[in-house]
Design a protein around this ligand. Structure first.
Ligand SMILES: [Mg+2]
Length: 258
């Protein structure tokens, strides 16, 4: 394998194997939800999940020295409804802006920015099936309803061209999202690693927003990209069943270690 030093300037160490990850004392497993554990569906609140992946995460969360967190772009109110995992698995919503049990207090400036963004995005959706998603710290224009038509790219461009009023913009998969929070999956994972100080962190995800998570991982950690596309992750699985197989292998190896 050709190791590109330029893309990994901090280390030439190869990515840890599943066996190496399973053997550490303290392991943090962070997993995206949509597109990683669950398939996309036209009904956002009724998405099919991969039961094998869910079961592997359940098993891991019950093992000593193992923390399991679902880190989703969805707001917590939706995530808690659709993700069939219970404590000790933890859930974090809105790309890290909504840890479990947090209160969402917007400043007047953040609220004003969100209102202005909402007005512009709703104008774009008039007369077509695209829609605006409301989250405590974000608004997102979903153009999945027109996927596969020329309108998808037109909606994406139009959304990218609105006045963001200082919000952070993410050009995601079938969504352009505006956030008035500074939290990203990267800032959340970095803070959680600081807090728990695990020997290794694993993060699995499929979308643009997950790249910010992969980017903060160190040489002992492993990012696992789901599907095709450019990525900073050092491992890749093809699809959601691939996630299930990978997590099951990790759970089996960690169970055998005790
Ligand atoms: Mg995803």
């Amino acid at each position: 394998m050709n190791h590109d030093q330029a893309s990994t300037p901090t280390s030439s160490k190869s990515a840890p194997t599943v066996a190496e990850l399973a053997a550490v004392d303290r392991l943090l497993v962070v997993c995206d939800f949509d597109g990683t554990l669950a398939w996309h569906s036209s009904d956002r609140l009724n998405v099919p999940v991969d039961e094998n992946a869910i079961e592997a995460l359940r098993r891991l969360a019950l093992m000593p020295g193992t923390d399991v967190v679902i880190l989703s772009g969805r707001m917590m109110a939706e995530l808690s409804e659709i993700c069939p995992l219970d404590p000790p698995v933890r859930k974090v919503g809105s790309h890290g802006a909504e840890p479990e049990g947090s209160e969402n207090l917007l400043t007047d400036g953040q609220q004003a920015a969100l209102d202005a963004i909402t007005e512009q995005l709703e104008a774009l959706c008039e007369g077509n099936p695209c829609f605006v998603e409301f989250k405590p710290f974000q608004r997102g224009l979903h153009y999945r309803p027109v996927a596969g038509t020329p309108m998808a790219e037109q909606m994406r461009q139009a959304a990218l061209n609105i006045d963001p009023h200082g919000a952070h913009i993410t050009d995601g998969r079938m969504i352009v999202e505006f956030s008035v929070s500074d939290a990203t999956k990267g800032t959340w994972i970095a803070a959680e690693r600081e807090r728990l100080n695990p020997d290794a962190t694993v993060f699995l995800g499929d979308d643009t927003t997950d790249e910010r998570g992969f980017a903060v991982l160190s040489e002992n950690d492993l990012g696992v990209k789901v599907g095709e596309g450019e990525t900073k992750a050092r491992a890749r699985v093809a699809d959601i069943p691939g996630v299930a197989a990978w997590l099951t292998e990790l759970a089996d190896a960690r169970a055998a270690r005790a």
